[in-house]
Design a protein around this ligand. Sequence first.
Ligand code: COI
Length: 355
Amino acid sequence: MSIYIDPAVANSLRGFEMPERLGFGTVMAPVMFRAVCQDGCWSSGELVPYAPLALDPAAKVLHYAQSCFEGMKAYRTRNSGVNLFRPERNAARMAHSAERLCMPPVPEALFMDGVRTVAAYCANLVPANSGESLYLRPFLIGTQADLTVSASTSYEFYVIASPSEAYHAGHMRLWVEREDSRAAVGGTGDAKVGGNYAASLLSISRLRARGYDQSLWLNPGNRHTVDELSGMNFFAVMEGELHTPKLNGSILEGVTRDSLIDLAEAQGYTVHERDIDIDDLLALVRSGTCSEAFACGTAAIISPISVLGDGEVQYELTQVPGPVSEHLRQALLDIQEGRAEDPFGWMQAVAPIEV
Ligand code: COI
């Protein structure tokens, strides 16, 4: 389908000034992609100036949380090109999230139109420093104005973008969350929906007051195996081997998690996807058998974990950052930023469009 480019886009892009400090997700690119779905029929997409949305106060998304999103990045390569990383994985995951919330999946071709158009027009906004990128945030919302509890008949799909540094650069102190759950068994834990993040905020505000950065969520069914961190997946390194919670329906299947498993195995590491009991893990950290742990995600890439806090007790990792996470972070960034061969076929080049 053809994509309509609003003539005002050129001025918006020309008028944009990149600030000196980027941070994560606070500077917004001046354009966005939009498509609408009415009664199951998708429009073609359009690129328009970034602007607030006009939503009816009775829109389903505001009351019944019909909303899902993706996180992905456009990377600057060493020859000044722009790359997307495994975008079809994000398209598939967003379709899964949409179906879980009874929303019409964004067709893969439309999803690709959205991310490729934004990346192409915003090519000059992709930062050049290693570890920085143009963070892309596709999202889908139910817009029908109707307070009955039923699926919306109308939806809007957007792709916005933000030139960003890595999320959570530096080491992280994790709090083992033994009270709250982020998602119920049989709920939405393996879907990327706003409600999962809303459910994590109270825990995060409590732990921040205690000097921690993120919650380490336990499985909501058994309350004793490790699930994930909400915005990131979890890995531990024990005697040089990698261990990560196996997917179980309440863990979001991270694209970075999946890529690191393939990359680590290709580099000769053994990777175990298994249930990790929290008390066993803490004992292994205490004994030094687990020397290194890290969180990974699109936004964060790889963030080393320095401490696991459980109630009043702190379990300190001895290698922060450890050699395995350092090695994998660099190997992944080398592929994403075009310094190394891409034996997996993960990268997709985007041709920049000048306005
Ligand atoms: C991502 O890594 O893209 C995420 O979605 C994490 C985000 C919630 C900050």
